[in-house]
Design a protein around this ligand. Structure first.
Ligand code: HPA
Length: 277
């Protein structure tokens, strides 16, 4: 079998397992939990839990703080799929695990993808443990998950990226934040490949580009979801100021600890927002 044939089969099999786990619930929303934001998984009502290991072609995870579980259940009574853990492009340049994950969700009936991540702030007014709604992104990964022959089964060769972060869903998330007294900044997310954190010079460059936060994820997921015409919305949980903007020493442990601090507001926001989607 060719790589594409294996991929197509993995997508079909994983989607069938996700559909079966849902029973008569067919979630139209999937939520991808970022580093330190896994606590939302515990809020899922009546969950059926699948391990990524049981889903053909799904990522095999290596980063601490990423569990590798897919839950089908509901949040605030709304059927959802929650993905706790994903593969980053600092671990591999193989896009297939991520492609399988996103396309299996699409095949299982998901229409909207809610992405989340831990990120560093580029702006003094966007503080640690606060949330930022992603309005747009800059792909500075040096990679695009759609490089290679186009897999036309899923979408077109050239994918428009204006309004990649869906304006209508963004308005709903903003309204949910307002109604619940949650501070929600808005801004442009710049994706660096990592795994090293940025240098202060790189942070100044990203500020000059018009970026508001930096991180190492979510952009590949967004591109793949737009390719297969899923709507995308996303929130960054600010875990630190970008390198050189404060005296903090950056580390993964620091990211997880501060994400956990912002997690309560993140959880309330997602639960309120999905009820309005
Ligand atoms: N840079 C990149 N990724 C991150 C950061 C950061 O400052 N904080 C959390 N994830």
């Amino acid at each position: 079998m060719t790589e594409l044939q294996i991929h197509l089969e993995n997508v079909q099999q994983a989607a069938a397992k996700i559909r079966a786990a849902g029973g008569d619930r067919t979630p139209k929303i999937a939520i991808v939990l970022g580093s330190g934001l896994g606590g939302l998984a515990a809020k899922v009502e009546n969950p059926v839990v699948l391990s990524y290991g049981d889903l053909p072609g799904f990522p095999v995870l290596t980063v601490a703080g990423h569990a590798g579980k897919l839950l089908v259940g509901s949040l605030g009574g709304v059927p959802v799929i929650v993905l706790n853990g994903r593969k980053h492009f600092y671990e591999t340049s193989d896009a297939y695990p991520l492609k399988t994950m996103i396309r299996a969700l699409k095949s299982a009936g998901v229409e909207a993808l809610f992405l989340s991540n831990a990120a560093g702030s580029l702006r003094p007014h966007i503080g640690v443990s606060e949330l930022m709604l992603i309005t747009d992104h800059i792909n500075f990964l040096g990679l695009n998950p759609l490089v290679g022959p186009n897999e036309a089964e899923f979408g077109p060769r050239f994918v428009p990226m204006s309004d990649a972060w869906d304006p209508a869903l963004r308005a709903k998330v903003k309204a949910a934040a307002q109604a619940n007294g949650i501070t929600l900044h808005e801004g442009v997310y710049v994706a660096f490949r990592g795994p090293s954190f940025e240098t202060p010079a790189e942070i100044r460059m990203a500020q000059g580009w018009g970026g508001d936060a930096v991180g190492m994820s979510s952009v590949p997921e967004c591109i793949l979801a737009r390719h297969c015409e899923m709507q995308v919305v996303g929130v960054s949980c600010i875990t630190n100021m970008g390198a050189g903007l404060s005296d903090e020493k950056l580390s993964h442990e620091h990211t997880i600890a501060n994400a956990t601090e912002g997690a309560a507001a993140f959880e309330r926001l997602v639960i309120a927002a999905v009820q309005a989607f």
